[in-house]
Design a protein around this ligand. Sequence first.
Ligand code: CP3
Length: 352
Amino acid sequence: MDRLSSRTRFLNSIRRIRVDRPPIWLMRQAGRYLPEYRKIRTEVRGFLDLCYNPDLASEVTIQPIRRFQLDAAIIFSDILVIPHAAGSKLVFKEKEGPKLTPLKNKDDISALNFKEITERLTPVYKAIKITRQRLGEGTAIIGFSGAPWTLATYMVEGGTSREFLQIRRLASENPDLLQDLFKSLESSIATHLINQIEAGADAVQIFDSWAGILNTPDFECWCLDPIIRICERIKNIYPQTPIIVFPRLAGIRYLDFLGNPAVNVISIDQTVPLNWARKYLFPSLAIQGNLDPMSLLVGGERLKSDVHKILEAFGDQPGFIFNLGHGVIKNTNPENVEALCEVIRSWPGDSR
Ligand code: CP3
């Protein structure tokens, strides 16, 4: 039986206070694998209309909480609302993902307007306020943003990419120009996260989905340092609000985030070996992760055994939040998510 509220379980785990069982939430827990999401999605024209409708964004934020009693609700939005609010043309095409007009030169970057982030993203903050009213005090609410590198990849490539040739070329050939873009992104991201905290978010997560494509000398300049500067800006105003950082596929460079007091939790992808994370990361930081989303898609015994391996590595120590190594895959059966939650809720069972 659960003894703590979800919010207390989640926030205490981040502070490395022992709790009854690991808290659980899932990246992309709201989305197309849920029939109730698909229904709401047909009621709006485009995906962005859903993101900017506070009432509906709040409703889809709460859908997975209602169904699975997850410990935290991540506000329904997208990382690309920042470039959109800065004036990038953005469309989401079915099966193709997001498309933006690619930034090609100095003029394209100067044409962006980062001054009205707060006004243009007010629907996100309204959605957080409504969600708090609807959920009450017992469930944690997570705000989020993309990291500068990941946002820059979408803005420069004009969408999802396989080889990231344009952004990698820009970083090597004209780093000063990319720095100009980063300066604006960093302050917009910090503002957007601070606004979400002011609207009621209990914690914020920074997604650097494409951290893994950076070469090692560039990692510090385009992933680590910008993220740390953003975290410090937030901590100057809200020192108590936890920050979760997700430098996906960073490999051994996850270690670079250790020793930075502005980072509270490191979210690890499914390529990180459990014994390595336990030995090198867990002594210094709270950890979130790292079930392979494919395991959740497949379900059954494979899912149970993968979940148990993670719980055996981290579940007995304070400072662990159960999550996936990346987002829920669209074809996942919601029953598998239910089965996963049952395993977590009954941990450690009679054995303690
Ligand atoms: O996690 C949640 O439940 C909260 C909502 C959320 C979405 N996107 C909703 C969404 C969050 C946290 C994101 C983050 C996001 N968005 C990331 C970082 C995490 C990651 O996946 O690496 C990235 C890179 C994006 C950019 C983005 N948005 C892409 C590449 C796509 C298309 C991919 C796809 O699945 O179609 C989106 C669209 C998107 N964002 C959808 C949802 C539910 C699907 C759009 C729809 O419903 O039509």
